[in-house]
Design a protein around this ligand. Structure first.
Ligand SMILES: [Zn+2]
Length: 56
């Protein structure tokens, strides 16, 4: 079996536990990643609302 080294998507550290490898983030970076995704969603929603208001 070949051993693949998966690096964290944020800090490029080697991920050792299977959960982190599946997520491709270490536990701390995964939390930050989720937070950023949530913030991005809010921004997207704000843009959508602005577009709707402009159209009406
Ligand atoms: Zn990391």
């Amino acid at each position: 079996m070949t051993q693949e080294i998966t690096l964290c998507g944020r800090c490029n550290r080697k991920l050792k536990d299977q959960k982190s490898i599946d997520r491709q983030f270490g536990p701390v970076c995964y939390k930050k990643h989720l937070q950023e995704q949530a913030e991005e969603e809010i921004l997207k929603n704000q843009i959508t609302i602005d577009e709707v208001e402009e159209a009406s």
